[in-house]
Design a protein around this ligand. Structure first.
Ligand code: ADP
Ligand code: MG
Length: 674
């Protein structure tokens, strides 16, 4: 805990910065530095750089026109400098009077009246007072906590906390890293000769060492969890290949090379006697479902059950239809379970799952509620895993703790992120789309030109194609969102008297949704008006056109997912993004990215650059230590080294690893275990 003399108010402020112990203070590193180690002459002050000058106040006055302002003039041997304050306290105008000597820090500008600084930092000093010996750190802070207080607290902490080395000698040598103490002291109190540029780009050896430490802590923590889960037992499921061969033989297409590769990785994992923890990534439409089905076959041919969990009812039902179409002909019993089943149906499904009659169960998160009892669950597959919250994943872990886990995601995670924030999983990537897809043409059209879009939709539908019309997203109000969906539907019914138009939205009863989806799939509906319930997974290959209204309101990955609903068949497809002007800067950046890129990984990479990892990761945040200093993209070399080091260190230097985690994650460690 903090030293007793630190009062509660300060303590509260510190905790806002994530600081709970003196050890945390030591790791609270400067954002930048101020150079108070030397004095510049006013005449020599470089433009565009914050420097320190010293002089005698020659004039001070408060004026009221055009607005209230306090102006001070100071002089040194080289010239004069004006200081202007638009906000000031009476105490300032009372002490800054002619004759006092001051030290000023700021960036000199040459205005109409000569050299000046607006709102400089200043101190009244004795003449020839000593200069600072080190650069002055400027720390991230929060309102009401001054730099001076923080500097003092950190200086105290540096004197009282052990700055012991947590890296084994061999690691320091091999990676040529400087020692912890040198790096920490160097960052908090850099000598005057250090390169500010190197420091600020975090390329200085002191920063490199600290960044490595932070990445290593993250890797250690996540690899530790990985190893813990791996140390549990799971049912080994040898690949017999009988079911999967029959399934493959019945498909109208061969697997792509990428599908074969990931399947081999999954199949190998399933043969082990510890649980698989694999994330399968593949862009929308890359064919993850068949891979999941083949994995399920491996569990089933060994006499066990598999479960597939999807984030929405629509998707769960669609998977159920698709999977039973593939698997029932092979004699496999497929059932489904969602929250909206009637009580009787649910009871029936539950008893079939409990007796083991059900071999593959498909459903929503209802699958992993308490009332569900599996006869012998050996494989849990989670589709669109990023859509599930922490609670649902916890429930799954409790329920299917000993089962092999396959998580699938169509939101591609850039490599550096998956190496850092997903280090507790094994990752497989389907990096190729099935052949014969024609790329989707994306068009950006201003809402005022929607009449042209109506014509395009009409023509496409009259030529036997089908289209989606995605309603505007209204995040603030579900009621309003629903109202808009109905209005859009009414309007399109009137616009297209010659077409069959259907509507799906989140509030419909499951049966109604299912019926509408089925008739769209069967080609009875030309146009499907939909809210974002169709965002994930929906697969209707004949649909080749999509219109998204108010595209500027959607997030990038959402747009990419939506667009992935078309371009699934041989016909050339189009996605029209209708937008309303004026566009905010980020909205137009998003639209530009989606317009220029069809590859999901590229979209994700740019999304990450736009939003930063915090938002991008969403729920993942709570399961992985966040990075404050490291940037996985910029520091990818250190990230790779940290990854390799963590793995070795857990084996060869467990005590070092423990101490390292304590320093970097401290009390956070417990939370991360959830
Ligand atoms: P996603 O990865 O987005 O979940 P799906 O599994 O829904 O993609 O597959 C998209 C479509 O591609 C489906 O209609 C599926 O049957 C088809 N498909 C999957 N693999 C292949 C393949 N190797 N060749 C041709 N079509 C395929
Ligand atoms: Mg899918």
């Amino acid at each position: 805990m903090l030293p007793p003399k630190t009062n509660k108010a300060v303590w509260n402020k510190l905790s806002k910065l994530g600081i709970q112990t003196p050890e945390d203070l030591v790791l609270h590193l400067p954002l930048r530095y101020q150079d108070e180690t030397r004095l510049y002459l006013i005449a020599d002050a470089p433009v565009g750089q914050t420097v320190q000058m010293e002089g005698i106040v020659t004039h001070a006055s408060v004026s009221y026109k055009p607005r209230k302002m306090f102006t001070v003039k100071m002089r040194d041997n080289s010239g004069t400098l004006a200081l202007r304050f638009l906000h000031f306290y009476p105490s300032q105008s009372q002490t800054l009077v002619p004759g006092v000597t001051i030290r000023v820090n700021g960036e000199v500008r040459h205005g109409y009246y000569g050299a000046e600084i607006v709102h400089p930092q200043y101190r009244i000093v004795r003449e020839h007072a000593p200069l600072a010996e080190t650069l002055t750190p400027v720390y991230p802070t929060t309102q009401g906590l001054s730099q001076d207080t923080l500097r003092k607290l950190i200086a105290d902490a540096l004197a009282s906390v052990s700055l012991d080395e947590t890296l084994p000698e061999t690691v320091l040598d091999t990676l040529q890293l400087i020692g912890f103490r040198d790096s920490i002291e160097g960052l908090h109190r850099p000598g005057p000769d250090i390169s500010l540029a190197l420091l600020e780009e975090r390329a200085h050896p002191a920063w490199r060492r600290l960044i490595f430490d932070e990445l290593l802590a993250q890797q250690l923590s996540m690899r530790q969890h990985y190893r813990q889960r791996r140390s549990r037992g799971a049912t080994p499921l040898p690949s017999r290949g009988k079911l999967s061969q029959s399934l493959l033989a019945s498909l109208p297409f061969p697997l792509t090379g990428a599908q074969k590769n990931v399947l081999a990785e999954i199949s190998h994992d399933l043969e082990q006697s510890h649980p698989m923890q694999r994330l399968l990534q593949g862009d929308v439409g890359s064919g993850k479902t068949i891979v999941a089905a083949l994995a399920a076959c491996q569990a089933i041919e060994n006499g066990y059950q598999a479960a597939l969990m999807a984030p929405t009812e629509i998707l769960a039902e669609q998977h159920y239809l698709k999977l039973s179409g593939w698997l029932q002909p092979l004699g496999i019993t497929v059932d489904w379970l969602t929250g909206s089943l009637k009580k009787k149906e649910k009871q029936l499904a539950l008893s079939r799952v409990a007796s083991g009659e059900t071999q593959l169960i498909v459903g929503t998160h209802a699958l992993f509620q308490e009332s569900v009892d599996f006869a012998g669950l050996a494989l849990a597959i989670i589709d669109e895993q990023h859509r599930f919250g922490v609670h649902q994943r916890l429930a799954l872990r409790q329920k299917g703790g000993e089962a092999h886990q396959l998580m699938m995601s169509a939101t591609p995670i850039p490599r550096t992120l998956s190496m850092s924030y997903y280090a507790d999983l094994d990752v497989s990537v389907i990096d190729e789309l099935p052949p014969g897809r024609t790329p989707v043409t994306t068009r950006l059209i201003e809402s005022s030109r929607r009449d042209e879009v109506f014509e395009r939709v009409r023509n496409a539908c009259l030529q036997g194609r089908q289209a989606y019309w995605v309603c505007p997203l209204i995040e603030e109000s579900e009621a309003l969102q629903l109202k808009t969906a109905f209005e859009t539907y009414e309007h399109l019914l009137q616009t297209f008297p010659e077409l069959n138009v259907g509507l799906v939205h989140g509030r419909q009863a499951a049966a109604e949704k299912a019926a509408t989806m089925a008739s769209f799939k069967a080609g009875e509906l030309h146009l499907l008006v939909a809210t974002t319930v169709i965002e994930v997974g929906v697969d209707v290959p004949n649909a080749s056109m999509m219109v998204i209204e108010h595209a500027e309101r959607f997030g990038l990955s959402q747009l990419h997912q939506l667009r992935g609903r078309v371009g699934r068949g041989a016909a050339s497809s189009a996605c029209v993004l209708l937008y309303q002007t004026p566009l905010s800067e980020t909205a137009s950046a998003r639209l530009r990215i989606i317009y220029e890129n069809t590859d999901g990984f590229e979209v994700a990479r740019q999304d990450l650059a736009l939003r930063g990892p915090g938002e991008f990761l969403g729920a993942r945040q709570s399961g992985a230590p966040m990075l404050h200093f490291a940037d996985p993209e910029r520091d990818v070399d250190l990230l790779e080294q940290a990854r390799a080091t963590a793995e070795r260190m857990l084996e060869t230097h467990p005590a070092h690893a423990e101490r390292h985690l304590e320093r970097w994650l401290g009390q956070q460690q417990e939370l991360l275990k959830a």
